[in-house]
Ligand binder design. Sequence first.
Ligand SMILES: CC(C)=CCC/C(C)=C/CC/C(C)=C/COP(=O)(O)O
Length: 291
Amino acid sequence: MPSPRRNLEGRPLGASTSSSSSPSSPAHGGGGRFEFQSLLSSRGPGADPTCARLRASESPVHRRGSFPLAGTGPSQAPSAPPPDEDLMDLNPSFLGIALRSLLAIDLWLSKKLGVCAGESSSWGSVRPLMKLLEISGHGIPWLLGTLYCLSRSDSWAGREVLMNLLFALLLDLLLVGLIKGLVRRRRPAHNQMDMFFTLSVDKYSFPSGHSTRAALVSRFILNHLVLAIPLRVLVVLWAFILGLSRVMLGRHNVTDVAFGFFLGYMQYSIVDYCWLSPHNAPFLFVLWNQH
Ligand SMILES: CC(C)=CCC/C(C)=C/CC/C(C)=C/COP(=O)(O)O
């Protein structure tokens, strides 16, 4: 009679052990033993157990339980999946490590830069200025300002540009709201939720709506307004400082702002591609003319 396969502790595989019931137990990846078992049991009779042990120990993430099979206990030993699958499973874990490291750096840097997060913070005296910047990138003034200018505009060219700016601002609100609702990343713990007029999704921080708007609006302005060079520089500076102020106020992590800039930049490309004009959207312009 063939002897039962044993795990590294010498227990027969399939035997119920007290340690297998706890998710933090080594059998679930806490000490890395289960990973060894899954690799060993999938090698088949001719497999080299030393080789399997080496492969598993090369992956630190697996020791923390991110192995795809870590949810099963030793009592449910897998029925010999092809060895190549195990090797392929190891690769994404390195991506996992990279992402976790990036996230850790992001959190650390964001906390360090959050120098205006409260009145008592090291740069707490600059907080009112940062909050003024916050209003300059808020959705409400931009929407109301655009609507007001549209109502006062008496040229077709001006109306066309403003109509597209309105479209851009609404598209931005929609996309940012959608992504915030999907990702649901909480704002940094050191943030004080004292923002002026927010929507329910604004309890989430990814991506930064102010940063998307800053990138979108500044690219829009640079492409559609004829401005002197110093003013153009000022527009870019405003966008950059607005993004930075989101982290300094503790509203966002650095990655929220970085992705926000990227998204806002891409949003302008969408708006440019779908540019509304009296030719492709005559109803909009006729409607507006009637007001
Ligand atoms: C038409 C309509 C639904 C207008 C709502 C405008 C509004 C309340 C926008 C929210 C702006 C805001 C507070 C965004 C949050 O920015 P973060 O940079 O903190 O993500």
